[in-house]
Write a protein that binds this ligand. Structure first.
Ligand SMILES: C[S@@+](CC[C@H](N)C(=O)[O-])C[C@H]1O[C@@H](n2cnc3c(N)ncnc32)[C@H](O)[C@@H]1O
Length: 456
């Protein structure tokens, strides 16, 4: 099936049917001959335990051999001596650990700009880069194509050691089948966002293929530039690309620094330091020799971390975790029309989603709930409640209606229960899933990472 057909299928079948993902297509091995700029392009896609096609570059994530080759190459290319070292770690499989005791506030890690990949990086095949730039391809698809192009040059590419150390199959929802999304994320908004993201990646590839690749087949052979390699490169970008605030938000892949794993308990992040002219970050806590050092990928919920990085922190460890609760007017409400009008006036929808955090919920959600349960004799307050629910009326936000309090809370409780009840199917399949997981190791997340999906 072509990626276009796949996209049409995923759009038409977003429902509950089982559909194959593109990596399930039979692996075809073709060799390129005499292709200028792609002389090393001979990908022979392997198939992993679950039948997914994996790219012929990168390495298994547990491989430390490629990581130490990366370190040697970086050192020879200008990476100064570092306070951190790549090791196998308990959280994130591979990560950076302290080579000495580190004080809070200490500047950690230094990567010079010459070792950073951005949209301005030099291409091993300049013609490929020129064609993309002439067609005004934006940064993300440009970088995705850059990674594939450099990977196809194998050891002739400047980035060969870096690419070899990248995961061959990044942990990413891009590799989940629709059945897996339906099974494990049935009641989560992340399911829709994952489908949207997969559809966007496929759409982006299709756009590049039709607009550019098909017109320059000598530069962009399908053996190299196909949906499997694009799923890989976008998976790498989603899980490793950083935005550098001090470089006007420029996006970059920062070899070495991208070996840092995320902890919800730290706030420090990577940035360009204008004074020392390199990528650095400050430790916001002290570390003992041999301890893993973390950065923050942002204040993200467990669902958002799963969406971009393919993992979920251990239960209860993410203070930024939140789930979205969907509230709606009751169809049987005698004042349905009036309430709907009031909500629309303040830009609210039916249903409307609100974020629920372990630490509390937004006052706007309570106001929406008051409106849902308020009886006809309180119609003079409908607008006031809708305004408070939209947070447009600062003075009304947080106002209480004691006579409605119990009903409003009961309504919220019912909504929570109804949302959680969608996971009954999940609970039934979980045992089955674990048995399969142990024997096939076929899914892209570890059992310890599954637990908190339940609460979404
Ligand atoms: C920027 S990379 C970090 C380096 C990565 N561990 C490696 O070996 O290539 C991001 C990926 O690391 C893993 N990761 C990062 N933080 C994690 C955490 N707290 N728990 C589990 N996996 C994590 C996820 O697979 C994520 O997609």
């Amino acid at each position: 099936m072509s990626s276009g057909e796949f996209m049409a299928k995923i759009i038409s079948e977003i429902g509950h049917q089982l559909i194959p993902f593109p990596q399930c297509r039979p692996a075809t091995v073709r060799r390129t001959t005499g292709i200028r700029c792609s002389v090393f392009a001979t990908p022979s896609h392997e198939v992993n335990a679950s039948g997914a096609r994996v790219v012929p570059w990168g390495s298994e994530i547990e491989s430390l051999e490629s990581a130490s080759a990366l370190k040697n190459w970086l050192s020879a290319s200008g990476l100064p001596p570092q306070k951190l070292e790549i090791r196998r770690v308990d959280v994130g499989e591979r990560g950076l650990v302290a080579l000495k005791n580190i004080r809070k506030g200490e500047k950690l890690l230094f990567v010079p700009p010459s070792l950073v990949i951005t949209a301005d990086s030099v291409w091993s095949c300049p013609e490929v880069g020129n064609v993309l730039k002439k067609n005004s391809v934006p940064d993300w698809p440009l970088l995705a194509t850059y990674l594939i192009s450099e990977a196809s040059f194998k050891s002739s590419s400047r980035w060969s050691s870096y690419i070899t150390a990248l995961p061959r199959q990044p942990y990413s929802l891009l590799y989940w089948t629709l059945t897996e999304l339906d099974t494990y994320l049935v009641a989560s908004q992340i399911r829709e966002r994952a489908i949207e993201r997969i559809t966007n990646v496929i759409g982006t590839y299709e756009d590049l293929r039709l607009r550019i690749f098909s017109k320059h087949q000598d530069l962009f052979p399908e053996e190299v530039y196909n949906i499997d390699t694009f799923l890989w490169s976008f998976g790498i970008l989603f899980s490793r690309l950083v935005r550098l605030p001090s470089m006007d938000g420029k996006v970059a892949l920062v070899p070495w620094a991208d070996m840092l794993n995320h902890s919800p308990e730290v706030e420090t992040f990577l940035d360009y330091d204008k004074a020392s002219k390199g990528i650095v970050f400050m430790a916001d806590q002290s570390y003992q020799l041999g301890e893993q050092v973390f950065i923050s990928y942002g204040k993200k919920s467990n669902g958002e971390l799963l969406l971009s990085y393919g993992f979920v922190p251990k239960d209860g460890t993410n203070p930024n975790d939140s789930v979205e609760l969907s509230l709606s007017l009751k169809k049987s409400d005698k004042c349905y029309k009036e309430k709907l009008e009031a909500l629309r006036k303040y830009g609210l929808q039916v249903p409307q989603r609100f974020p629920l955090q372990i630490t509390g919920w937004p006052v706007e959600m309570m106001a929406y709930s008051y409106l849902v349960v308020s009886p006809p004799n309180m119609r003079q307050y409908f607008e006031e409640m809708a305004a408070a629910a939209s947070s447009r009326a600062a003075s009304e936000t947080g106002r209480k209606y004691p006579e409605l309090e119990e009903q409003a809370l009961q309504y919220l409780l019912d909504c929570c229960e109804s949302s959680i009840s969608k996971y009954s199917k999940f609970l039934q399949v979980i045992d089955h899933f674990f048995i399969n997981f142990i024997f096939l190791s076929s899914l892209t997340f570890a059992p310890s990472q599954v637990g908190s999906l339940y609460v979404e």
